[in-house]
Design a protein around this ligand. Sequence first.
Ligand code: UDP
Length: 329
Amino acid sequence: MKILVVGGAGYIGSHCVRQLKEAGHDPVVLDNLVFGHRQAIANSIPFYEADLGDLTTVREILKREAIEGVMHFAAFAYVGESVENPLKYYHNNVSATYKLLQAMVDVGVNQFVFSSTCATFGNPSTLPITEDLPQAPINPYGQTKLDVEQALKNISHAHGLSFAAFRYFNAAGAAADGTIGEAHDPETHLIPVIFQTLLGQRDHLKIFGTDYPTPDGTCLRDYIHVDDLSRAHISVFDKLKHPATGLFYNLGVGKPYSVRDVINAVETVTGKTVPVVETNRRPGDPPSLYADNTKATSELGWTLQYKDLESIVETAWRWHSTHPNGYAS
Ligand code: UDP
């Protein structure tokens, strides 16, 4: 299929582009390069530097490239920033996404894969998190993703759009060959921040909260390899051939790891000691989030290549140790 990957030069998008190509599809990338990296995309892949909210340009690209389906990764995703500047999040994650969907409806492209998040569940009432748990985000970032999920149902009904929304848990790791990986600026995610500490770019890792109701007092999260996430996106297109299909999947490994577990895994993989300082909780962090991935595995024929944390961390270290300054290295 000819697939437009919006935000294809970002962390998850760039891994997906590579996998689409390997699976025999024809990806075309659209990215405004605010957070994306041109170097993350092979020169052989058509690339448009444009904004997803630029209706005229997006319509034009959809037509010119004869696009059959769209994957949308282009979102702002800093929870803290979304609390301080919610309008920035509503403008990009919601309004600009509606422009993209408008362009698709106008041109008649009716298969859509959307990056959603476990943050739509807020503080879940039960664990692990199944798809049908009530969604009650506790920050604007999660709310923007939930707004789009809900709008997709209406758009699907009215215009015959087929869509899949994936609620990601904690994307981690890098391509096995270490040539593309995670490069955010600023970096806030636990695993890359630990590596920046080991590389001497930070004095220590701050552990945000040690008094959570969890076995070791630190938060539990479900870390999933970025290539495992990407493969789910590719297999779902088979299910989007029928008009007006609407699918929701939780994508996680289903195993909870604490912040201390992650530090231990990094120390095992690298043989180095991570300097840490215990600090207060970070506002907006739920104590425990981990997925029940039964629906995705049974319906998509999706299997995980990376089932344990150390194997995920190993790929991340291969990337960070060879690219200490990300794509500028
Ligand atoms: N965390 C931490 N120190 C850091 C970054 C993150 O203790 O410098 C914790 C954070 O509080 C959370 C977990 O690590 O419990 C994962 O955070 P991350 O930002 O990677 O992902 P999130 O779960 O917020 O999407």
